[in-house]
Ligand binder design. Structure first.
Ligand code: AMP
Length: 577
């Protein structure tokens, strides 16, 4: 680019704190409330530059935290001097969804500043948008077409604008907004600050920047060339899943992989806590690790991970910094990291000293570009696989049991140990067929080590094309936003006439259990009453029971402490329903 300026190359683990960026206290408080622990690389690099008033060309994809990178300096620079009603900042975005998303981000960060915002986009009546503009706003987030429309109607005035942001500029160009953008820019003051963010930098973007930006600073999360050499030997897989199927997808992947010790990365403290609760409710030994814990709590969590009492650690990047646990076999990017380098830091926690390491990434459709940036840094592809089906999980579990038994047969020391069981087995063979005995022994070993898979149906994990312009009127949307349905399951009404969850109980006919025993345990040991209990099916080695979803988690907790017909039971949500 002809305006080449300092290229800021960012390392994977920025050590800047939000408090180092000179932002107002009220913004810092809002960031803490969001659960952000430290700036992402693009934020650490862009915020100080934007605060100086410089123009900026930023190369960053969705998922890198770019919205806050431009929103925070804009909010920081607002000063409410009396009743000036004209907007001081204009953010142009390609789609209505992004307009809403960006304005929500402004709203969240600026909540204590009293910043006035409006999102202006097509496909909705203009009236409310015009009313808001008349009342006075500080920041307008707009799609170019509607912005021009409101300018024509004299509702949107741009002569007081100090900062213009072109967000996802490559998308806007692709959608044919170039002329609209140029017309809008022509109506803003010539001495404005102009900020351009784009995931890619084709020539047309460079030309646009050349025409409208003055001595821009170029900031990218460009990769260090040498990093690819540091990539550990790790089996890497990505799964593309929608946000609302993520928890269920994670459960499936964990069941398929059967990690000895895994670290699951989330972006925020709130995300860590929520996911930890969901995993616990599904019966996993999971613990949270984030910056909100005291040193003592942190030590306790780490101790349990090292001893094997915890199999899954759910953590933010900051909390996991410096974490060095030999037992770790899997790194799971539940949320993708905010920069390609951070990905390499994360996966560097496994696959050490010749041991096998596995890295799994759940990628939302809109984050594909960030995945591509990671692949570029790795100089290799991360294969994308479909989420394993329930049948895949069952066969992987069976394979693990077969492998374990097979390994006893080829290990001389183990064979000696086997001899000690000879009399007992011969006793069984006196009265039974050999194959029957082997089958029973296999089943016993399998269920003891792998648990029993429920006959779970299959969730459709395949993401549709990234949903555009959902109207919120359809029943489907209702399902998506219907309360704490974090597993993305469809809560059909059944004969209980309320949304239900199905519980998996690890005892069945073979332990002499009948539906009456399940009812007895539920009514005796939990808060459920008879009328709260839906369909019960007792299978050979497990049972399934439907209960109101609001009561499910508590019931699981209570039941996990009790016995049914003298058997200790394991109860969890029936995954993959
Ligand atoms: P964006 O790239 O702006 O679309 O942001 C992607 C996601 O990252 C959003 O959900 C933000 O809320 C989140 N995010 C942005 N900055 C941070 C941060 N410093 N720490 C944690 N999460 C962040």
């Amino acid at each position: 680019m002809p305006y080449a300026q300092a290229v800021t190359s960012l390392s994977g683990e920025p050590q800047t704190a939000f408090s180092d960026l000179g932002l107002r206290d009220s913004l810092l408080r809002a960031l803490t409330a969001q659960g952000y622990e430290e700036p992402t690389p693009i934020q650490a690099a862009a915020i100080p530059v934007l605060k100086t008033g410089s123009d900026v060309v930023g190369q960053a994809a969705t998922g890198t935290g770019k919205t806050a990178a431009f929103a925070l300096p804009i909010l920081d620079g607002l000063n409410h001097s009396g009743d000036d009603r004209k907007p001081k900042a204009l953010v142009l975005v390609p789609t209505r969804e992004l307009a809403l998303q960006v304005s929500q981000a402004f709203h969240a960060y600026g909540r204590d500043l009293g910043a006035r915002l409006v999102a202006v986009y097509g496909g909705a009546p203009a009236r409310h948008q015009i009313d808001a503009l008349k009342r006075g706003v500080d920041v307008v987030v707009a799609t170019p077409g509607r912005a021009l429309d409101l300018i024509d109607r004299k509702a949107l005035k741009l002569d007081a604008v100090r900062t213009v942001v072109l967000d996802e500029a490559d998308e806007m160009l692709e959608m044919g907004f170039i002329e609209d953008i140029e017309s809008i820019l022509a109506l803003t003051p010539a001495d404005r600050q102009t900020v351009l963010f784009s995931a890619t930098m084709p020539k047309r973007i460079a030309a646009l920047a050349d025409r409208h930006l003055r001595d821009p600073q170029r900031i990218s999360i460009a990769s260090k060339e040498s990093v690819a050499d540091e990539v550990p030997r790790v089996r890497q897989t990505s799964y593309v899943v929608t946000r609302n199927t993520k928890p269920a997808a994670l459960g499936r992947v964990l069941d398929a992989e059967d990690p000895k010790a895994a670290i699951v990365f989330c972006r925020t403290r709130g995300g860590v806590d929520e996911l930890t609760d969901q995993l616990k409710a599904q019966g996993y030994q999971a613990e949270a690790l984030h910056g909100g814990l005291t040193q003592e709590q942190r030590d306790r969590v780490m101790g349990r991970l090292r001893s094997g009492a915890t199999e899954i650690l759910v953590a933010t990047d900051v909390a996991a910094r410096g974490l060095d646990v030999d037992r770790l076999t899997h790194v799971v990017n539940y949320d993708l990291p905010v920069s390609p380098e951070a990905y390499i830091h994360r996966i560097g926690r496994v696959g050490r000293a010749g041991r096998e390491g596995v890295a799994i990434s759940l990628v939302e459709p809109r984050e594909r570009r960030l995945l591509a940036a990671i692949e570029k840094l790795l100089r290799g592809r991360i294969p994308t696989a479909p989420i394993p089906t329930a049948a895949d999980v069952r066969s992987m579990r069976l394979q693990r049991t077969s492998d374990a038994i097979g390994s006893l047969l080829v290990d001389d020391l183990a064979r000696e140990r086997l001899e000690s069981y000879r009399d007992a087995v011969e006793g069984l063979l006196d009265e039974n067929d050999v194959l029957d005995v082997v089958l029973a022994a296999f089943a016993f070993a399998h269920e003891a080590t792998q648990g029993v898979a429920g006959d779970d149906g299959d969730i459709d994990f395949n993401p549709p094309q990234e949903p555009k312009a959902k109207t919120g009127k359809k029943g489907r949307d209702k399902d998506r936003f219907d309360g704490p349905d974090k597993n993305g399951k469809n809560k059909k009404k059944n004969r209980l006439d309320v949304p239900t969850e199905r519980l998996f109980v690890s005892v069945g006919r073979r332990s002499g259990v009948t539906p009456a025993d399940i009812v007895g345990a539920l009514t005796g040991e939990t808060d459920l009453r008879g009328r709260d209990i839906g369909v019960i099916t007792v299978h050979d080695s497990y049972s399934l029971v439907e209960v109101p979803d609001k009561l499910a988690r508590k019931a699981i907790k209570d039941l996990n402490r009790c016995t049914i017909k003298g058997n200790r039971v394991k109860v969890r949500l029936d995954r993959g329903r």
